[in-house]
Ligand binder design. Structure first.
Ligand SMILES: Cc1cc2nc3c(=O)[nH]c(=O)nc-3n(C[C@H](O)[C@H](O)[C@H](O)COP(=O)(O)OP(=O)(O)OC[C@H]3O[C@@H](n4cnc5c(N)ncnc54)[C@H](O)[C@@H]3O)c2cc1C
Length: 501
């Protein structure tokens, strides 16, 4: 074979150049590591997963990519248009004035921008190189082999190979037994959309045996993806994918009208959309990042965000493992908890959403998914997309800590490292909370040992170094939020407690 030879050795090998791989590779190169990224395909390559909600904005900003993405010509969407629980479309906006917007990105272009960004940051990117094996040698790091006969030695291996999960599938992947889903994707040319500024909205529509997810793209195509139970595979094999796909699309009361005058750009294709997590996410020589570790329900439109967020945290974790080995176990634990919490939170949200569709109680698809809640019972309640600013109850003048709220040292992200720092532990925050809206919660809780009158607590906090740049309104909102979440309870004027150890 005439493949470009790989370097003999490097610090980190990343398998996969999607959003997760490109992001972690770039950040590790910024941290000063030699990084080699091996990507199976040649970019630009097609990929499903086009809807990016506004949650992606801070990540793009952090990576210095926001203006590039804004200038790429992708469609901006202001919300979701859904036929869920009713055949009539309803629209939910990201903000009432519609200024908060997401993107419908053509992933071939989006992912190419991200990979170019990694390359520009010093990552050695090799396209058309499929990783086939990863071997560990105790005390001597990792040897990575590719399908072109290449071999490279590294201190650390990052599995960012998405569904392939080149390392994840070596016994770590845990597929969900209930959300066992097939995605059938067709791209349509000449399709319509909701009128006016809603045109680019992501569309969700349910039917007796599944749901459809649809997004328009700036190249004139519209993605129409059916999500059906895995068992539909038998019927698909019998009837053929194209007839099966078309027969469902044509019966959808809303979406069928949008594609009535359109044609399929090419035949539909099927892929696995089963939810999964992993039994381990990190070790002394490896990390699973993005879809290699966790796959969440496509209906959330959050897969890319989740993948890039895990890559940012993952870069800090790898940096810590390689440069501060004494923090190894803390770094691993921190990353594992983050990934499991992400999975559980999305899982719970999905179940809650499925429960709102009650029109087909006999349907296996809806029955199984809406009854799945107990599986995710340990999840903390997911934060709402737009949390309302809590108002403190006007009659409360004094607060104190609720019984059972404590302070403890837990691993947190501190600059480029995972460090042990003080956090507040409460039933609402089983893994601890450190900052809320820029307010350092442990400092605030320490002050409650001395003060209980809300104005006194606020004044004391605002005079602390942690509170110097804190807007009083944010502090007031955080106090109200902690009260509503049961971290604080109403106190009395004479309260002088010392419950917080
Ligand atoms: C039906 C469906 C709809 C979705 N809709 C959305 C959506 O609207 N919005 C959203 O945000 N997300 C969506 N997603 C999820 C989203 O596509 C993924 O979460 C996202 O692409 C994950 O990024 P990643 O970098 O982890 O993996 P990928 O983007 O899958 O990248 C993995 C890369 O690894 C490469 N690779 C694979 N094997 C190897 C190997 N052995 N060696 C080297 N390289 C390898 C692949 O070629 C690929 O480039 C959807 C997913 C599905 C299935």
């Amino acid at each position: 074979m005439n493949a470009t030879p790989l370097p003999l050795a490097t610090d980190v090998v990343v398998a996969g150049g999607g959003p997760a791989g490109a992001t972690i590779a770039r950040l590790l190169a910024e941290f000063g590591f030699r990084v080699v990224l091996l990507e199976k395909r040649r970019f630009p390559r097609p990929h499903i997963g086009e809807s990016l909600t506004p949650h992606i904005l801070p990540i793009l900003h952090f990576l210095g990519l926001r203006s590039q993405i804004e200038g790429a010509g992708f469609l901006r969407m202001v919300g979701h248009t859904v036929c869920w629980g009713t055949p009539h479309p309803r629209t939910f906006y990201y903000s009432p004035d519609r200024s908060r917007q997401g993107w419908q990105v053509w992933r071939a272009d989006f992912d190419r921008l991200l990979l170019a960004h990694a390359r520009a940051g010093g990552v050695q990117v090799y396209e058309g190189r499929m990783v086939t094996q990863v071997h560990y040698t105790a005390g001597a790091g990792v040897t990575v082999y590719d399908a072109q006969g290449g071999r490279i030695h590294a201190a650390f291996f990052v599995d960012a190979s998405g569904h392939t999960g080149i390392l994840a599938r070596q016994g770590l992947r845990r597929r969900d037994a209930i959300f066992h889903t097939l995605a059938l994707t067709g791209y349509w040319r000449g399709a319509d959309g909701p009128p006016g500024e809603d045109f680019a909205n992501t569309i969700l529509e349910t039917f007796a045996d599944g749901m459809v997810w649809s997004a328009p793209l700036h190249n004139g195509l519209r993605n129409v993806t059916l999500l059906v139970d895995w068992r539909a595979g038998q019927q698909i094999r019998r009837d053929g994918l194209l007839p099966f796909y078309l027969s469902i699309v044509q019966q959808l009361p809303y979406l069928s009208t949008l594609v009535a005058r359109a044609e399929l750009a090419w035949p539909p294709h099927a892929c696995d959309a089963t939810l999964y997590t992993a039994s381990a996410f990190a070790g002394a020589h490896f990390l699973l990042v993005g879809d290699a570790g966790v796959f969440i329900d496509p209906l959330s439109s959050e897969g890319v965000h989740k993948a890039m967020a895990s890559a940012i945290t993952g870069a800090v974790v790898v940096n810590t493992i390689l440069r501060r080995p004494t923090m190894l176990q803390h770094a691993i634990r921190f990353y594992e908890e983050r990934q499991q919490t992400t999975y559980q939170t999305h899982y719970t949200q999905s179940v809650q959403y499925y429960r709102q569709e009650t029109r087909w109680p006999e349907s296996e698809f809806w029955r199984r998914r809406s009854q799945a809640s107990s599986d995710a019972g340990s999840a903390p309640s997911p934060p709402s997309a737009h949390p309302p600013h809590p108002q403190p109850p006007s009659r409360i003048t004094h607060v104190r800590l609720a019984p059972g709220v404590t302070l403890a040292h837990r691993p947190v992200v501190e600059g480029p490292y995972i460090e042990l720092r003080e956090v507040a532990l409460a039933p609402r925050y089983p893994r601890g909370v450190r900052f809320l809206q820029g307010v350092h919660v442990p400092t605030l809780l320490h002050l409650l040992k001395t003060y209980s009158a809300i104005p006194e607590v606020m004044t004391a906090y605002l005079h602390r170094p942690e509170g110097r740049h804190c807007p009083p309104e944010s502090l007031r909102q955080v106090l109200a939020r902690l009260y509503q979440e049961g971290v604080l309870i109403a106190g009395e004027a004479a309260d002088r407690r010392d419950q917080c150890q």
